[in-house]
Design a protein around this ligand. Structure first.
Ligand code: CA
Length: 514
């Protein structure tokens, strides 16, 4: 509680200062942009400036998009954070500790800050600002998967999150040109997956006379995707009887690691998988040595175009999950950790909440997803279609939209936005997964009481650290999976996993009965 009082009292002093500063700033804002008093989207009667903390590269203030939004709503954004400090989380901590909290606070990690500092009094409980005047936010919060994710342990909501479409993100891709060359077909079972990797390793599909092929690679520094082949999961899950379990305790998880350790030993998994990093695909496909990935449809299929000249015949094709029932475990999170909070002492919190509401309206959503009509997109049969300059411009579509000020703060992402720059191969892949119903249900985001939250986090921090260390030892062969699995389970229980499971079960049961 000491920290809470400190934040609040510092904040009060800071607010008095910022009121003096911003009353000068407002005049400039009035001169710069004339609001349209006839706009049906008006939020404030006069042009009003909302201060924003955001460490994003694009400063929204001067973008064409946010000038347009200012004209429509009479709300102008003024970024008060400096991006000189490159670590966004550190900058956020410094800002919170200074007590000088702006009207709007944006972070890719907002859930963490909202959970920790919301109850301390840093942010407005936005649940108290939601009304019939904010119908779009109200509608979003009626979705259980969203409200459960952002409701804090004290029952309040301290930020609004970004919202994703409830659909697929990633899938399996394989070198079709290599399969063709070796007269193989895409694997449909774990055993076939192993045999194809072995053939890639031993039969020189890139034709350079060396066994330099790296059958499986991953740019996220993890082998989690390989566990899916055995219907295992590294996360929390629930069985058909509603019993919650921690995936890494299950027999399927053991089987997965027994096989993966063998694959690693035989050189079928990138030996630098944990360290090669974000450029793994660019590097290993570019060098014509990479064979199989589990990755995002749009960006992975793009390699077929990117490498068309440098790697003759290069062709990646999506294939069905090679496990029992062809289940895919990477359904997107609908609610995300990125989002916006409102400063507890904001004089304009009613305007701030209405601005967030506007971003979730049909009009706001179209601006955030597609840009400005006539500039980035045209309406064709009532649907926004990107102009060719966006799809085939000098920059990627995401870059163009971000620099414009779209895709900013919080909004609901429209899958049609992403689909439009997917190549035919990417669409074919996504359709294969969607049409065949390969998506496994996702374990819901649960909410906890304060005691549960603290206990659960304390236990799971230790559990996750131990588990990931042990998994790496298994892959590298410094511990044998079969011989050490039981002692590994004992250690997990010593770290409190049973208690964590009880907390999860109670939270899950509450979620299901709501
Ligand atoms: Ca070779």
């Amino acid at each position: 509680m000491k920290r809470a009082k400190k934040i609040i009292s510092i904040a009060m002093a800071a607010v008095m200062m910022s009121v003096m500063v911003s009353s000068c700033g407002n005049k400039d804002a009035d001169n710069a942009i004339q609001g349209n008093s006839n706009s049906e989207y008006l939020i404030a009667p006069e042009m009003t400036e909302l201060t924003l903390f955001s460490m994003n590269d694009t400063r929204l203030d001067d973008t064409e998009m946010w000038q347009k939004i200012a004209e429509m709503t009479n709300i102008k954004i003024k970024t008060v954070s400096s991006s000189a400090n490159s670590d966004a989380d550190t900058a956020m901590n410094v800002m919170l500790m200074s007590g000088d909290i702006p009207d709007l606070i944006f972070s890719t990690n907002m859930k963490k800050f909202a959970t920790e500092y919301g109850p301390d009094g840093a942010f407005v409980p936005i649940d108290e600002l939601i009304s019939d005047e904010t119908p779009n936010l109200k509608k979003q919060l009626e979705r259980k998967e969203i409200s459960s994710f952002i409701t804090n342990y004290d029952g309040h909501i301290y930020y609004m999150c970004g919202v994703n479409p409830d659909t697929i993100s990633s899938g399996w891709f394989i070198r079709q040109d290599w399969l063709d060359k070796l007269n193989l077909k895409a694997p449909e079972t774990p055993e076939e997956f192993y045999q194809v990797m072995k053939a890639f390793k031993e039969q020189d599909p890139n034709g350079n006379g060396q066994k330099d092929e790296i059958p499986y690679l991953n740019r996220f520094g993890t082998v989690d995707d390989l566990t899916f082949i055995f219907n295992a999961t590294p996360e929390w899950s629930v069985d058909e009887n509603g019993k919650v379990y921690y995936g890494p305790t299950r027999p399927e998880f053991k089987t997965a690691y027994e096989n993966m350790a063998k694959w690693y030993k035989e050189g079928l998994i990138d030996t630098e998988i944990y360290t090669r990093g974000a450029k793994s695909r660019d590097k290993l496909f570019g060098d014509n040595v990479g064979g199989i990935v589990h990755d995002w449809f749009a960006s992975t299929a793009q390699f077929n175009d990117i490498l068309a000249e440098d790697v003759p015949n290069f062709k990646l094709t999506a294939f069905a999950p090679p496990n029992v029932g062809h289940k895919e475990y990477t359904r997107r999170d609908v609610a995300i950790t990125q989002g916006c909070a409102i400063g507890a002492n904001s004089k304009n919190k009613e305007y701030a909440i209405k601005l967030l509401d506007f971003l979730f309206s049909e009009t706001g959503s179209r601006l955030m997803n597609f840009g400005i009509e006539g500039e980035q997109y045209d309406l064709v049969d009532g649907k926004p279609v990107f102009k060719d300059s966006v799809i085939h411009g000098d920059k990627t579509a995401i870059q163009i939209l971000t620099e414009l000020g779209a895709c900013a703060l919080v909004y609901e992402q429209d899958f049609a936005y992403e689909e439009q720059w997917m190549t035919e191969e990417a669409k074919k892949g996504a359709d294969l997964y969607i049409d065949n119903g390969y998506l496994a249900p996702k374990f819901p985001a649960l909410s906890y009481s304060e005691d549960e939250y603290k206990k659960f986090n304390e236990i799971m921090t230790n559990v996750d650290t131990f588990r990931s260390e042990r998994c790496q030892q298994w892959i590298f062969g410094s511990a044998d999976v079969t011989a050490t699995f039981d002692s590994y389970l004992e250690e997990l229980n010593k770290l409190g996993l049973e208690e964590a499971t009880k907390i999860q079960q109670a939270a899950y049961d509450r979620y299901m009965s709501e």
